[in-house]
Design a protein around this ligand. Structure first.
Ligand code: HEC
Ligand code: HEC
Length: 206
């Protein structure tokens, strides 16, 4: 078990080897300065005016296939923006759109979305207990028991069910749209109905 955890952390750090550390450092230094953070959040709201069309007002999506960005960890958001930009993560819209943002604007956008709160969504209550059991067994050690994540692992609490289902299935099936070894290993044992149960558990979490 200990060996497995060490392996997981090795993979976590190595899969971030491509991370733009200079920009991540910039993000962190703003986090540590309340005045700089306030102005980054304000600037972020402005530079993301056209993201609203899909990601909703304040990053709370109204479209089931589009993820909430509100409440997400800013380091994770910045890393995903980089991945769309480099083509490591694939999405026809996002890969093109994200090129519009300059490096500093990416940092501002990440801080802006992270500063908003995400409300929980309604779930199929019958599936929640099974989802909770699976999540605690297979996922909580990285994403956290409250599914709120940290700078390495995304927040999942309150995320949309269809987006969760699609994302988890892609990692399991290793479709190449999004590659991540840690997620491929973690999702390998899941059946389709397990994925639906986990998604319903996560969406109703505050
Ligand atoms: C045309 C619709 C559309 C617009 C406009 C759009 N997005 Fe997206 N965005 C998406 C979709 C769809 C996904 C999920 C892609 C997938 O399935 O992996 C996504 C995913 C993301 C993610 C990854 C979230 C996660 O949880 O991993 C980030 C970050 C993001 N978008 C930021 C932005 C920003 C910043 C803008 C504005 C510059 C923007 N998006 C504009 C549709 C859009
Ligand atoms: C060993 C650590 C680890 C474990 C265990 C793990 N994850 Fe992840 N998860 C990650 C990492 C790292 C990412 C970000 C990968 C990337 O950049 O695409 C991620 C991303 C995700 C995403 C995408 C979130 C988004 O906003 O797009 C979902 C959904 C997810 N995990 C669900 C799960 C579920 C469900 C389980 C349990 C079956 C699980 N994870 C177990 C490390 C882990």
């Amino acid at each position: 078990m200990r060996g497995l955890i060490l392996l997981a952390y090795f993979l976590a750090t190595s899969s971030f080897a491509q991370t733009d550390t200079a920009l991540q450092d910039r993000l962190k230094s703003i986090s540590n300065d309340p005045v700089a953070l306030r102005s980054a959040v304000d600037a972020g709201k402005k530079v993301t005016f056209f993201c609203v069309n899909c990601h909703g007002e304040d990053g709370i999506s109204k479209t089931p296939d589009v993820p909430n960005l509100a409440g997400q960890n800013p380091a994770y958001l910045l890393e995903q923006i980089r991945k769309f930009g480099s083509g490591e993560r694939k999405d026809a819209f996002m890969q093109g759109l994200i090129k519009v943002l300059k490096p500093e604007e990416r940092v501002q956008a990440a801080h802006y979305y992270a500063s908003n709160k995400v409300p929980p969504s309604a779930a199929d209550a019958a599936l929640v207990p099974r989802g909770k059991e699976l999540f605690n067994k297979l996922c909580a050690r990285c994403h956290g028991e409250q599914a709120r994540g940290n700078e390495l692992f995304p927040r999942l609490a309150g995320q949309k069910v269809p987006y969760l289902k699609t994302s988890i299935t892609r990692y399991r099936d290793q479709t190449g749209v999004r590659n991540n070894q840690l997620m491929a290993i973690a999702t390998a044992p899941l059946k389709n109905e397990d994925i639906v149960a986990i998604a319903n558990y996560l969406t109703q979490m505050p």
